[in-house]
Ligand binder design. Structure first.
Ligand SMILES: Cc1cc2nc3c(=O)[nH]c(=O)nc-3n(C[C@H](O)[C@H](O)[C@H](O)COP(=O)(O)OP(=O)(O)OC[C@H]3O[C@@H](n4cnc5c(N)ncnc54)[C@H](O)[C@@H]3O)c2cc1C
Length: 539
């Protein structure tokens, strides 16, 4: 049993609400909107000082959405009807401006307490309430507790030896300051995942020298960025309601789907033409709209890889560099890791001032006062080291925010021998608690679609409890065991089978949404609803 964090003494009488939501990104705002509409008392606690979710603190150069417009937005009509995107793949500042538009249309800030980092929450089985505490000692009581903290609330820095010895600037992409000039500097970027690709292509043309440390090549796809005009967006809006519905019926949360034909049913010429069309369409189309057996058939997967590789090789001049960025033999199945979208990523590697260290051949030994020493004894000298090393995803966010059951059990203790959840939103032993975008939620898909599928389900479950006079709802242990069994079974069938515990639901979004709907239609199968004698369902 772990220690329960106690708040500093306070004279405040805790507020008692129907629902408390943590996080004011897409997920938290969608939740807030629906509870307000139903007349429930609700409050959002947000760690940062403004709206924007992950985009508020994502300030690294070149930060840009990889999900294309118009899909990367809330499906709430009051919001989309007057909003116009300027680019197909919007930049970070435009997404933050979109959040201000959300405020102008919905006035959500009146229900949000900013600068309120939640540090702990404990369920009281006496009160059937959650007692939630923020870092500044604010305490609030709520019947239901929803975590909408995203998957990137805790950045990850590998345990590099002597990292503190470096005398220059060492910065994680998640904590990029408002001002950090890079022109004329010697810069290292460690990591070639989503943020690594964007930083590299953005600062590559500006810096004096760039060294990229790569562990795994990113199968980055051509973004095919373009400007969007108001007139054509306005015209397409009459189809938005059907488009948002359609997004929930596809594997990845966009309105488009896999091509309903096997690669083997086509000739090599047809295949080439089809691949070229997908490439020109840009974005993730080469993954999401490709032949139906690309992810289930090794031969089909290899052919997609070979086409992608040919596109990279056309761009990169040096044969050695080509082999590092796009190896002849695929290091992992095509599409099994979320590819980034690139604009000039591969061109940067043709510059004389850019080199790449393959960490599989030459490890980072340690950080030194002037830079990084690699296993071959070379001292690389830098002014700035950028850690594009990602986030503690999966259960990582729960190390900073302690969620306790009524008996004091920390949620991480419960998950010590394997993660058990029901539908990737609820946990046995943690009644009236829901989370979004977390362990065992739907996997690789467009963020807003994923979060709205979950948000609607949670709103439905809480409304079912409140309207029927229930003050407590809890997932059964049997339902958790069954859900975990399903995830492991789907993992076994996948080409991109994870050898460790799968972090997300291994089916696609459409399948996940169907399962959630069936559970609700079956009277919330796998959940136990109950009430305290003499208590009111609504607080
Ligand atoms: C750099 C980056 C690029 C991305 N690009 C894409 C993309 O192209 N396409 C896509 O679909 N998805 C992308 N994502 C994923 C993105 O997280 C989702 O699209 C979307 O933002 C999820 O919304 P959310 O509201 O669930 O979480 P978030 O937007 O992450 O919002 C969570 C909120 O919770 C707050 N919070 C966290 N912990 C606490 C706490 N303890 N107390 C109080 N508040 C807390 C945070 O400050 C934040 O405001 C990207 C994420 C990152 C970090």
């Amino acid at each position: 049993m772990s220690q329960i964090t106690t708040a500093p003494p306070t004279t405040q009488t805790p507020e008692e609400l129907d629902v408390v939501i943590v996080g004011a990104g897409y997920s938290g705002i969608h939740q807030l909107y629906h509870y307000r509409k139903k007349g429930y008392s609700v409050r959002v606690l947000e760690a940062e000082s403004d709206l924007g979710g992950a985009w508020w603190w994502t300030r690294y150069p070149g930060a840009r959405v990889d999900s294309e417009a118009p899909f990367y937005q809330l499906s709430i009509e009051e919001v989309w009807k007057d909003w116009v995107w300027t680019e197909r793949f919007p930049c970070r500042d435009e997404v933050c401006e979109y959040y201000q538009h959300v405020e102008r249309t919905l006035g959500v800030k009146q229900n949000i307490r900013f600068n309120s980092r939640v540090v702990s929450a404990r369920f009281s089985d006496l009160l059937h309430q959650w007692i939630i505490t923020t870092q500044d000692g604010f305490v609030i009581h709520s019947r239901f507790f929803v975590l909408a903290i995203g998957s990137a609330s805790k950045s990850y820095t590998p345990p590099f030896a002597d990292i503190a010895n470096f005398k220059g600037i060492c910065i994680h992409t998640a904590s990029w300051p408002k001002e950090l000039p890079v022109e004329g500097k010697r810069v290292a970027v460690i990591g070639t995942g989503a943020s690594g690709v964007q930083v590299i292509q953005s600062i590559g043309p500006q810096v004096a020298h760039l060294t990229v440390f790569q562990r795994t090549p990113n199968y980055a796809l051509a973004m095919q960025q373009r400007k969007l005009d108001k007139e054509s967006q306005d015209k397409s809006k009459r189809l938005f309601p059907v488009m948002f519905r359609r997004c929930r019926q596809t594997p990845n949360g966009f309105s488009f789907d896999k091509y309903p034909k096997s690669l083997h049913a086509t000739t090599p010429e047809e295949r080439l033409l089809f691949f070229e069309d997908l490439w020109t369409a840009g974005g993730w189309r080469f993954v999401t709209n490709n032949y139906m057996d690309i992810f289930t058939d090794q031969e089909a997967n290899d052919q997609a890889y070979a086409f992608w590789r040919s596109k990279v090789c056309e761009r990169v001049h040096d044969p050695e560099m080509r082999e590092k960025l796009a190896p002849t033999l695929p290091p992992y199945p095509f599409g099994s890791k979320r590819p980034s979208l690139e604009i000039n990523y591969y061109d940067v590697f043709n510059q004389q001032n850019v080199d790449l260290v393959d960490l599989n051949k030459c490890e980072i030994l340690k950080f030194t006062p002037s830079g990084i020493q690699t296993a071959d004894g070379v001292d690389h000298v830098f002014d700035i080291i950028v850690l594009a090393t990602g986030f503690h995803t999966f259960t990582g966010p729960y190390t900073a925010l302690k969620v306790h059951a009524a008996d004091g059990t920390d949620i991480l203790e419960k998950w010590a021998d394997g993660v058990y959840t029901n539908l990737g939103m609820t946990v046995h032993g943690f009644p009236n608690f829901f989370y979004m975008y977390g362990p065992q939620s739907a996997g690789s898909c467009n963020g807003p679609t994923c979060s709205e599928v979950q948000s609607d389900w949670i709103v439905g479950c809480i409304s079912h409890a409140l309207s029927n006079g229930f003050t407590r709802v809890e997932a059964t242990r049997e339902a958790e065991i069954e859900y975990r069994r399903l995830i492991l079974e789907l993992n076994e069938r996948s080409l991109s089978k994870s050898s460790t515990e799968p972090t997300s639901f291994k089916g696609d979004l459409a399948q996940y949404g169907r399962l959630c709907r069936e559970v609700a239609e079956d009277g919330y199968r796998g959940f136990v609803f109950s009430s305290q004698v003499g208590s009111r369902a609504r607080l």
